[in-house]
Design a protein around this ligand. Sequence first.
Ligand code: MG
Length: 379
Amino acid sequence: MQFCAVVVAAGTGSRAGGGDAKQWRLLAGKPVVRWSVEALTEAGADPVAVVVPAGDQQIAAAALTGLPIRLVAGGTTRGASVRAGLGALTDGPNVVLVHDAARPLLGADLIERLLDALATADGALPALPVADTLKRLDGPQLSTVSRDGLWRAQTPQAFRRSTLVEAYAAWPPGEEPTDDAGVVERAGGHVVMIPGDPRLLKLTYPEDFIVAEALAAARVTCIGQGFDAHRFGPGEQVWLCGVCIPHDLGLVGHSDADVGLHALVDAILGAIGAGDIGDHFPPTDPRWKGAASHLFLTHAAELARSRGARLANVDVTLICEAPRIKPHREAMRAKLAELLDLPLGRVSVKATTTEGMGFTGRSEGIAAQAVVALDLPAA
Ligand code: MG
């Protein structure tokens, strides 16, 4: 679904400590505002309006350098800033996400669930149940408030852009909304809740930065597997795991037909959910005719690293009756370690035959399997 976004980063509050307004402070080495703007642009938000204090354009541009955004000067209230952001998106798609920059740890799955929820509603927001018992202090009189039916609203909140613009136009002057769903609710719109995300905490006090730093550092281990096979044809050598081995046959393929590297590329792409080797290097593209497959491997590894991945280990199994792999195994490990910039101990190449069974057993070709483990940012 096509959508645009408003990121509100117009606060000047210093309750969070640290001197600078919290949206410009670093969280795990990256400006707070950049975390959610990156998450939104990676999820496909286009255009993205980032609303910043009028005097902070320069610091904002530095914090968001390289990202395709529209910087907009904010108003004196949150509502005025959201209106200013919407005013910069009149040429955008009719679905908009409005998000507070103070909630940096925005995940792709939450964005997807919000957009899905819009199919049957005018607006959708993530919310969490209230866990603590609520108290009301009325003068000296303390009482307990039922938390039944109470929820904590988060952002981003998703709307049909025209619905939100009309709802803001109808909002009574002099009152200040605390979120955008409230504006659409007041205008009679149908707003639904989806399960929120505890990682989307709002940075308000200095302690919140300590929690967010820990959450930002959290990693999740991902595994990918790949399989490939190429047929034997006339030739005098085969390429396997980046090593050239003399043989009385060659392997047929658009590129150099290195099944070991191809299986490994698919394993890396699998671990980061980025499709397969054919998506990235279509066999119909003349650029890859006869290409050395180490180019595919370094591309996949770079793509993984650009998404914050750290490769843990790789394990490749070559399946053939001939040529004999063992004499070349250490050269293959060294080549893969070099291409992936991994210590040798985290690179494995193994070989097996299928004892005469199947296509590899009949020496019609060579197959390879690969497994990769890596870790990715959890948020
Ligand atoms: Mg292949």
